[in-house]
Ligand binder design. Structure first.
Ligand SMILES: Cc1cc2nc3c(=O)[nH]c(=O)nc-3n(C[C@H](O)[C@H](O)[C@H](O)COP(=O)(O)O)c2cc1C
Length: 182
């Protein structure tokens, strides 16, 4: 697959097969994340990787905790769907920032986001489907306390073999999003 094909064919996958992913593929995905650029080269990303029983227990906790807050104002009831997807996928990765940079533009979040995107693209190259999930942020502190992580949770990633082939989602054109100066 060419680089352009990897970018063009990546989709958010929301139906996964149960088949496990080989350890070397998970390691290659983590390695791609770890090669991202980062603010001040601080490499702020930290990955907690869950598979098997550990993943099942984590997702059960997340689903149970979500049910306690799902009626609160500002919480989307559709978030539960994200956690059901996490339940289906064989691998869940919780992604943290090890160093909060206090500028409103949060360079640490930008660094971690670059790592996540590298991971999704590497997964695509390996034929592995992925979903970037921020719905965990509705109760990030509860999850952090549960897993014993003393740094902010920024996202979760589900990985697994896709059980669907979604069409490309609508996109603005490059002209829509670009202002040129000469
Ligand atoms: C920061 C971020 C957070 C996201 N959070 C969720 C989520 O919680 N649940 C979900 O189903 N999709 C989530 N997505 C996936 C987006 O919905 C998806 O990327 C978008 O609709 C475009 O579709 P595509 O990835 O197939 O191109 C997230 C994507 C990003 C970049």
């Amino acid at each position: 697959m060419t680089f352009d094909e990897i970018i063009a064919k990546r989709r958010s996958i929301r139906k996964f097969k149960k088949d496990p992913i080989k350890s070397e593929d998970i390691e290659a995905i983590l390695d791609a994340g770890n090669k991202a650029p980062s603010a001040k080269n601080l490499q702020q990303w930290r990955f907690y990787v869950y598979q098997g029983e550990a993943k099942d227990k984590l997702v059960k906790f997340i689903l149970d905790e979500f049910d306690k807050i799902s009626n609160k104002p500002g919480v989307s009831k559709y978030a539960r769907y994200s956690f059901q997807i996490m339940d289906e996928a064989p691998v869940a990765i919780l992604v943290y920032s090890a160093q909060v940079m206090e500028h409103p533009a949060r360079p640490d979040i930008q660094s971690v986001s670059a790592a996540i995107q590298n991971m999704l693209l590497k997964a695509q190259e390996l034929g592995i489907g992925s979903l970037w999930i921020c719905d965990v942020l509705y109760f990030d502190e509860t999850i952090m306390k549960h897993v014993g992580a003393e740094m902010p949770l920024l996202a979760a990633i589900s990985l697994g073999y896709a059980n669907e082939s979604p069409a490309s989602r609508t996109r603005l054109t490059v002209d829509d999003v670009t202002t040129w100066f000469e």
